[in-house]
Design a binder for this molecule. Structure first.
Ligand code: COI
Length: 354
């Protein structure tokens, strides 16, 4: 399929790279493509960034049938633009699509469309340390219909946003609160899909955590509420006496691309690592028993984010004296060095764009 390109008549001024924040500024152009049962995915186009007009009965607004992805474009020191494992995101999107009854996309075509969009928007990829261009591919159900069924029509779009750090803390340790009342997802549900409802389900506990002075919620499993699942918008890792541990993908945990990359690097570096069930009690006790503990979250937006404190019921433990631990630091440095082209790419993760 040929992608038609319509350029914006006027370009927006570029933002101050020292004040980007996260997800508030959008570039001049976006990618759009439509689906209907007769034509399949059709009419791929890059056009000026613009609002949508949606019928108030549009299904995504009522039943949340949608999926999205998050990945980043990086500016290297010599000014080139590159992506980190973008195929994984389009592949995961198709897994989410299947669970949400959304027609699959052609992953190679989607990557090609993204590369064309990025080439047009390359001046929007910031170059200041710690900044990048956040990429948000999204698919929404567009039938105007109030019965509960899968939509027949869809819109796939990609928008771009120059960003700085996701958390105001930057790379400083965050404080997390274990939710013992609310759960994010249950096995057999859609927890492993990147779908808006999972994020909506996380808001109430997130607000409670903020009111209590914590940055994020640490979610426990939805059945026994004993085992750690993920934290806020990230997967979670523990380092206990040199062993790297992360909850295994059980159907209610998002299979993060950064999570997978950390596991691959751990294997490369011969760090003992296990994917298994991790009881919150085990983590609290390990810290209390004086074991060397580090905790960090991983995600595209947050990269690698150290955890400095965990509050579980009436117990609070400080992790690694609220300092960034050496294992956390090593993963953060290696991943960002690969992403920004400062280090060799031993796993072939980098996709050059322009
Ligand atoms: C990401 O890490 O890309 C995410 O999607 C998390 C979030 C901003 C929803």
């Amino acid at each position: 399929m040929e992608i038609t390109i319509t350029k914006a008549k006027e370009l927006k001024p570029k933002p101050d790279e020292s004040k980007l924040g996260f997800g508030q500024i959008f570039t001049d152009h976006m990618f759009n493509m439509d689906y209907n049962p007769e034509k399949g995915w059709h009419n791929p186009r890059i056009e000026p960034y613009a609002s949508f007009e949606l019928d108030p009965a549009t299904m995504v607004l009522h039943y949340g049938q949608a999926v999205f992805e998050g990945l980043k474009g990086y500016r290297t020191e010599d000014g080139n633009i590159q992506l980190f494992r973008p195929q994984e995101n389009f592949h995961r999107s198709n897994s989410s699509n299947r669970l949400l009854c959304i027609p699959e996309i052609d992953e190679h075509f989607a990557l090609d469309a993204l590369k064309q969009l990025l080439t047009l928007e390359k001046d929007w990829v910031p170059g200041a340390p710690g900044t990048s261009l956040y990429i948000r591919p999204t698919i929404i159900a567009t039938d105007a219909f109030l019965g509960v069924r899968a939509s027949h029509t869809y819109r796939f779009f990609i928008i771009l946003s120059p960003v700085g750090a996701y958390y105001p803390e930057g790379f400083s340790p965050v404080k997390i609160w274990v939710s013992t009342r609310h759960v994010r997802a249950v096995r057999g549900g859609v927890g492993e899909a990147k779908t808006p409802g999972n994020y909506a389900a996380s808001l109430y506990a997130g607000e409670q955590a903020h009111k209590k002075g914590y940055t994020q919620v640490l979610w426990l499993d939805g059945v026994e509420q004993r085992y750690v699942e993920e934290v806020g918008s990230m997967n979670i890792f523990f380092v206990i006496d040199g062993d790297l541990i992360t909850p295994s993908l059980n159907g209610s945990i998002l299979p993060g691309v950064t999570r997978d990359s950390v596991l691959a690097l751990a294997n490369l570096w011969n760090i003992p690592c296990t994917e298994r069930r991790v009881a919150i009690r085990e983590v609290m006790d390990a810290q209390k028993d004086g074991k060397a503990v580090e905790v960090f979250g991983t995600g595209t937006a947050a990269v690698v984010s150290p955890v400095g404190l965990i509050k579980f019921r009436d117990e609070e433990v400080t992790i690694n004296d609220n300092k960034v631990g050496p294992v956390t630091e090593r993963f953060y440095k290696e991943l960002t060095d690969i992403q920004y082209g400062r280090a060799e790419d031993p796993m072939g993760w980098i996709e050059p764009v322009c």
